[in-house]
Design a protein around this ligand. Structure first.
Ligand code: SF4
Length: 369
């Protein structure tokens, strides 16, 4: 049961909050909770419209898209929500060769993605206590093969690996907390350290990479938890912030839970856009596939994630098969949706210059050590 604080009491109150956000003024935790509790259909229309206006003010009609290479589905962890947890005997398990990974990354680049996301579970072969040379080697090889920026999503790493990953070509580091409620974190990620996971973002930024942080919607968190998470994501300096709906996975402790209400994800996206006008916010194809793209972009998202080449034996994260082999997660498929919305893919140069500017800014602010 999700505790709901009260949404806006009137259109006047909603209008006041939306105007405040549009002008870039600070929203308090209570005001975030109020906006996150919006459920009246007409008020939701206003919320999403303002979120789109804020997005257009900062990004025009440009949308970016990320290719996804989930190159190892082996994992030493046992996260309660995850299909790939170590104790799930029915999980799809594979470990791609270097040649496969390079082929997939180059095919994604050729298809027009702005970035390649190299993701893995905490594969015991790569997290083996005798160094991370193999991981760094993979990143270096992919970086040598493609020109687009790279995101690395390898799970939790020791602090002294980040500089090597940056030097090997990592532009972004993604490591999602999923919740910033420590008690809930213990349930979602048993035997894992909340603080070390949180530090991943700081260590990544210190080494010169950009950081992505993310929360999951519908895992038992309250509206107040969501509001606090949104604040913390900003405090971490994450340049990309994502909210993604929980979908129950078979053979996991959370398999009998309800699927999250997708509307709650859309509201979280819209509020994140109001609070973080110039950051990247994903619309993941992993939740509802291509059919859920439009609603997420209309809520304020501006990056399409989880583009996966068909028929290559690759899996998604939240939905390991959805729309993949039918070719529903390709750049040409998403362009059809974008055409119908009057928006377009930004140029690779536009994307690259945006992230280089952020990196330069972090350097000039003394974030990079
Ligand atoms: S969420 Fe990541 S770390 Fe947790 S079990 Fe799944 S793959 Fe492993």
């Amino acid at each position: 049961m999700i505790y709901r604080s009260k949404g806006p009491k009137s259109f006047d109150q909603l209008g006041y909050l939306l105007q405040k956000a549009y002008e870039g003024r600070h929203l308090s935790l209570g005001e975030l909770e109020c906006l996150l509790s919006t459920r009246d259909p007409d008020m939701l229309t206003s919320l999403f419209k303002t979120a789109r206006a804020v997005k257009e003010k900062n990004f025009g009609t440009s949308i970016y898209c990320y290719g996804f290479v989930y190159f190892s589905t082996h994992c030493r962890n046992d996260c309660s929500f995850c299909f790939y947890r170590r104790s799930n005997p029915s999980s799809v398990r594979y470990r791609k060769t270097d040649e496969d990974i390079i082929d997939l990354a180059t095919a994604l680049e050729d298809s027009g993605v702005h970035l390649v996301d190299l993701t893995m579970g905490e594969d015991p072969v790569l997290h083996n206590g005798s160094g991370y040379g193999r991981l760094i080697e993979i990143v270096q090889k992919v970086n040598d093969a493609v020109k687009v920026p790279l995101m690395i999503s390898p799970g939790v790493l020791p602090s002294d690996i980040f500089t090597d990953l940056t030097n090997a070509g990592g532009d972004w580091f993604a490591c999602y907390q999923e919740t910033h409620n420590r008690r809930l974190f213990e349930q979602l990620r048993p035997e894992q350290d909340y603080d070390i996971r949180l530090l991943q973002k700081e260590w990544a930024r210190r080494s010169g990479m950009l950081a992505e942080e993310g929360i999951m919607i519908g895992v038992g968190e309250t509206i107040a938890d969501r509001a606090r998470s949104i604040q913390i994501m900003g405090d971490l300096g994450a340049r990309q912030v994502r909210a993604m709906s929980f979908i129950p996975q078979c053979n996991t402790p959370m398999s009998s839970r309800d699927t999250a209400q997708f509307l709650e994800e859309l509201v979280a996206i819209a509020v994140m856009r109001l609070v973080y006008p110039d950051r990247l916010i994903p619309a993941s194809l992993d939740i509802e596939g291509i059919s859920g793209l439009r609603s997420r972009l209309e809520a304020g998202a501006n990056v399409i994630t989880s583009i996966i080449p068909p028929s290559k034996g690759l899996a998604g994260v939240a939905q390991h098969e959805l729309d993949i082999d039918g070719g529903g997660r390709t750049v040409s498929q998403i362009e059809e949706v974008l055409d119908g919305m009057g928006v377009r893919l930004g140029t690779p140069a536009d994307y690259a210059s945006r992230i280089e500017e952020w990196k330069l800014n972090d350097r000039s602010m003394g974030v990079v050590h």
